[in-house]
Design a protein around this ligand. Structure first.
Ligand SMILES: Cc1cc2nc3c(=O)[nH]c(=O)nc-3n(C[C@H](O)[C@H](O)[C@H](O)COP(=O)(O)OP(=O)(O)OC[C@H]3O[C@@H](n4cnc5c(N)ncnc54)[C@H](O)[C@@H]3O)c2cc1C
Length: 641
């Protein structure tokens, strides 16, 4: 457990990293934060704040949810919000070699398959689907997934607030408007799985003041799409504001209403206009620099630019601008006039669910889009001996190795017992942070390629609100702030939700909605790998209760003046922690280091009977790269089977 303070380079304020709040909260504050309200969180916290002390220890009473995972919402996903305590504990046992070889040798035999796939995200399901297309419906496939729900990072949170069902994304969230391009894997996916291409969105009451919403959780983040979303920026004294307060849609007025200096305004506007495709040679050059070097030395921008981009880079690249490559950083600046990205109510969860339904129709009954989005899983049909495709949940793979030339063996843990399965081919649809530990017989060159893979975490918080008039009164639907001292994050927004026949929550300031916070936890000043570790320590060593206090305080600081009352307005808070959300791409990673090829190339090759297919093999991960690399791994496996 780390217990330290980190000095922000931007305002000299101490930002807390660790398991407990810097300052205990007193009874008055407890009440003003709404911590005494009878809301969903208290189902497991048992009415009071829990001291964080040993949050990674198993909960004393397993019948109540633990103080790390916290409240998980309702429905099938309620036990599977991000990396929950059981998942983290199982992963740490794996990392710390907590299973002896003799225990693994005596694991119970659980059968033989044509293909075993480790992982249950989009890449894994894409691999299963492609393998079956190539080898026929008779191919026997086993998918091992360590979470209680399939989908990986493309899962959803569900809430019931005052009789209204609300959905929010756990992580993987947006997609581009699908066209009808045959050469695009994502477009042909929509065709193959008959996903809708035309959408209805929540209607806005014309009696209310006009207000523009993002249809995902990214468009608002950087102000690039302020052309389509109403974004509020909260400036405090540290940002040069005489009085802390809001400025709305700052870019459309050329930043004139902001407290920035002339030089800062000029450079921020230049930064925002610096987008568009670069040549291969230009990208290669940018891959030799950090983004911060690019901003400060190459472009010579005012320090306000780094302050503006830092949390965006921290979320999307996983690390701060002084550790991310300039190639990646520059790609984050988008053309403000591009079409807005879209999002299903539960983020990208329909993609893995569509694949699952195709593989195992009885596991996700129904044919319509509503049941695809949030119909209940038939868990009993996932792992049935009568099916050729089987998915085993809460099964953590522990060791993968060849048995001679013809077979691969996987040892996995489930219900505190060890099992082993054999297959003639295996796909690892998991990231390098897992594969490094599991692939015990990997060749040296693959091992050294993986030594260059480092990861950063992300935290996605969905706050279910009973009403959001405090945002309406600010005339914004998305917010950005700059100072997370003793607080959390840098942006949040309400989406205009896609509506369907059976899912049509209202869009009204007096009605329930989900406010989502997307944040990375970058630690400027540290090298990329160490940033990932320090950020992960913060993510994993902070209890649910402490994060909850930080979120409530942050919201109070931002919205108290416009009428936010935590006790009245917050119905529930769900944390989705992702310990290894992003593969970090420091300079040199994408095009190779010291004349050697990028480590990505070596990992894509796999070895022996083991193919590797995960979205990270693209570098920047997205649902399309998960589809693509899952497919490629299946094609490799099928061609050599
Ligand atoms: C916070 C966040 C936001 C994102 N936003 C977007 C977005 O808006 N749009 C977009 O397109 N993409 C987004 N992504 C990228 C996302 O990674 C991809 O879209 C996609 O969901 C990744 O799928 P995958 O199958 O490659 O990997 P994963 O989803 O990581 O799947 C790997 C699976 O393997 C399982 N696993 C791990 N270890 C073991 C083990 N030992 N045994 C068994 N199973 C194991 C994991 O539980 C997981 O289910 C986001 C990612 C994150 C983290």
């Amino acid at each position: 457990m780390i217990e330290q303070e980190w000095r922000s380079p931007y305002r000299g304020s101490a930002i807390f990293l660790g398991s407990q709040m810097k300052r205990p909260i007193d009874e008055r504050e407890h009440s003003s934060l709404g911590l005494d309200a009878p809301i969903s969180r208290r189902d497991f916290l048992n009415g009071g704040l829990v001291a964080a002390g040993s949050i990674l220890a198993p909960p004393a009473n397993s019948a109540t949810a633990d103080t790390f995972t916290g409240y998980g919402g309702v429905g099938d996903y309620a036990r599977s919000n991000g990396d929950t305590l059981p998942v983290v504990q199982a992963a740490h046992r794996l990392r710390d070699a907590g299973y002896s070889n003799s225990a693994m040798a005596s694991a119970q035999d659980a059968g033989q398959f044509d293909l075993v796939i480790v992982g249950g995200g989009i890449a894994a399901l894409s691999a299963a689907h492609r393998y079956r297309q190539l080898r026929g419906a008779g191919a026997r496939i086993l998918i091992l997934e360590n979470h209680p729900m399939p989908g990986g990072e493309a899962k959803q949170n569900e809430f019931e607030v005052g009789g209204t069902r609300l959905l929010g994304p756990q992580g993987s969230n947006d997609f581009g408007q699908p066209g009808r391009r045959r050469d695009s894997l994502t477009d042909s996916f929509f065709e193959e799985f008959a996903l809708p291409r035309d959408y209805q969105w929540q209607a806005w009451d014309s009696a209310l003041r006009p207000l523009r919403f993002a249809r995902d959780n990214y468009s608002n983040m950087d102000g690039f799409q302020e052309t389509q979303v109403d974004v509020g920026y909260f400036f405090d004294r540290a940002q040069g504001a005489e009085e802390p307060g809001w400025r709305r849609n700052i870019w459309s007025s050329g930043l004139k209403e902001t407290p920035y200096s002339e030089a800062a305004r000029r450079d921020l506007l230049r930064w925002r206009a610096d987008h568009g495709a670069l040549s291969e040679a230009e990208n290669r050059h940018l891959d030799t620099l950090t983004y911060r070097e690019y901003l400060e030395k190459v472009r010579g921008y005012d320090a306000a630019v780094v302050r503006m981009v830092e949390p965006i880079v921290g979320l999307l690249a996983g690390v701060s601008s002084d550790a991310a490559s300039a190639r990646l950083g520059r790609q984050l600046v988008q053309d403000p006039s591009r079409p807005m990205a879209l999002s299903f109510p539960g983020g990208n969860s329909p993609f893995p669910r569509a694949l699952l339904r195709a593989l195992l129709p009885s596991a996700l009954p129904g044919r319509d889009f509503d049941s695809l989005m949030y119909g209940n899983l038939n868990f009993g049909a996932l792992d049935s001996a009568s099916e050729n495709v089987r998915m085993r949940l809460e099964a953590t793979a522990l060791r993968v190795q060849h048995l001679g030339d013809q077979e691969v063996e996987v040892v996995y843990a489930r219900d505190r017992r060890l099992f082993k399965v054999r297959a003639s081919r295996l796909v690892m649809a998991t990231g390098g942070w897992v594969n490094k530990h599991l692939l015990v017989d990997m060749p040296e060159d693959l091992r050294s390629a993986y030594e260059q893979f480092f990861y950063a975490p992300a935290l996605i918080v969905n706050v279910a609100l009973r009403q959001w008039r405090f945002l309406y009164d600010l005339d914004v639907t998305a917010c950005r702030w700059f100072d997370d001292a003793d607080g959390i994050g840098y942006c949040c927004n309400l989406r205009q939700n896609m509506v369907t026949a059976k899912h049509a929550p209202p869009l009204h300031p007096d009605k329930p909605a989900v406010l989502s916070f997307y944040l990375g936890l970058p630690v400027p000043g540290l090298p990329a790998a160490k940033q990932g570790m320090a950020a992960r320590a913060r993510l994993l060593n902070t209890s649910y209760a402490d994060f909850e206090v930080m979120i409530r305080k942050q919201m109070l600081r931002l919205f108290a003046a416009s009428g936010f009352i935590p006790k009245r307005d917050i119905a529930a808070i769900v944390l989705n922690r992702w310990g290894h959300a992003r593969l970090i791409e420091p300079p040199g990673f994408h095009y190779g280091l010291d004349g050697k090829p990028s480590p990505l190339e070596r990992v894509r090759e796999g070895y022996g009977r083991i193919s590797i297919g995960h979205s990270e093999l693209n570098g920047a991960q997205h649902w399309g790269s998960a589809l693509e690399y899952g497919r490629k791994a299946a094609e490799q496996a099928a061609s050599g089977a």
